[in-house]
Write a protein that binds this ligand. Structure first.
Ligand SMILES: Nc1ncnc2c1ncn2[C@@H]1O[C@H](COP(=O)(O)OP(=O)(O)O)[C@@H](O)[C@H]1O
Ligand SMILES: [Mg+2]
Length: 247
């Protein structure tokens, strides 16, 4: 497998490949100030954390479904790309993929079809879905996601994209439901753990953290999603809340 990336910071703003967001909350200029600021804070903290790591690939994970993994990974990839860095967002939630919905991308080619050897990376890559941001969607649904994610082809793919991009953001399946996220995270700098206010439970979070510790996966930080109090004294990695009506 190989990949050829365009020269850094050279972005064709007239590209017809850029698409408008569809389903999912995608941060834009009209998003509330505190939400945009929260994502910038998350970005800053992540950049500090990654500065000491050799891998610049992160997995966005959480204990359970619907805690905001996909929303966070998409918007985190966007704010990272806004720094001028070349960023790849890859949907590694092969059971309930959703990254394609944010950018209205097709899923006939993607991670599963690359890992099966059907498609080359460059054929499945969606370039410049936003400036400096490329996306690989999950691809067609497969009957054996864990095997695919644990395959040598997946390791090879991660090695290739880590070399080609400044940052790689991986959206993942819930930690407490399947082992997919752990399998992938072992080959990265670690996980960003999303906790959702009013949804995440202490025992579920404990179990997720224990899974990471058992597998010796780094927890790079915690993101407190859907915070009900904007002025909370929360000392975590970053926190945000927004409503669909306001973006
Ligand atoms: N901070 C938030 N404010 C409002 N809605 C949110 C927020 N975070 C997530 N959502 C919504 O919750 C649902 C689940 O989010 P999603 O990112 O798909 O979770 P996951 O990937 O963990 O399953 C989606 O409809 C999403 O738009
Ligand atoms: Mg998701």
């Amino acid at each position: 497998m190989s990949i050829t990336k365009p020269a850094k910071n050279v972005v064709d703003f007239t590209s017809t490949k850029r698409r408008k967001p569809a389903d999912g909350i995608l941060l834009n200029e009209s998003a509330p100030f505190h939400v945009r600021e929260a994502f910038k804070t998350i970005r800053t903290n992540l950049l500090f954390t990654l500065a000491t790591k050799t891998s610049k690939t992160v997995v966005v994970a959480s204990a359970m479904p619907n805690e905001g993994k996909s929303t966070t990974s998409v918007n985190l990839a966007m704010v990272l790309a806004q720094t001028g860095a070349q960023v790849l967002l890859m949907d590694c939630d092969l059971r309930k993929p959703s990254v394609h919905q944010f950018f209205k991308l097709p899923t006939n080619k993607g991670l599963t079809s690359i890992l099966c050897g059907i498609d080359k990376i460059e054929d499945a890559l969606h370039e410049n879905v936003a400036p400096n941001l490329d996306v690989i969607t999950a691809g067609p649904l497969s009957p054996n996601p864990s095997e695919l994610l644990g395959s040598t082809r997946m390791s090879d793919l991660l090695a290739i994209v880590q070399k080609a991009y400044d940052y790689v953001v991986l959206d993942a399946s819930p930690l407490n439901i399947v082992s997919d996220a752990i399998i992938v995270a072992k080959q990265t700098a670690g996980v960003l753990l999303v906790i959702r206010h009013g949804s995440s439970r202490h025992d579920q979070l404990k179990k997720a953290i224990e899974s990471c510790e058992f597998a010796e996966v780094n927890i790079l930080g915690v993101i407190f999603n859907d915070s009900r109090t904007v002025n909370t004294n929360f000392y975590g990695y970053g926190h945000y809340k927004y409503s669909k009506d306001s973006v």
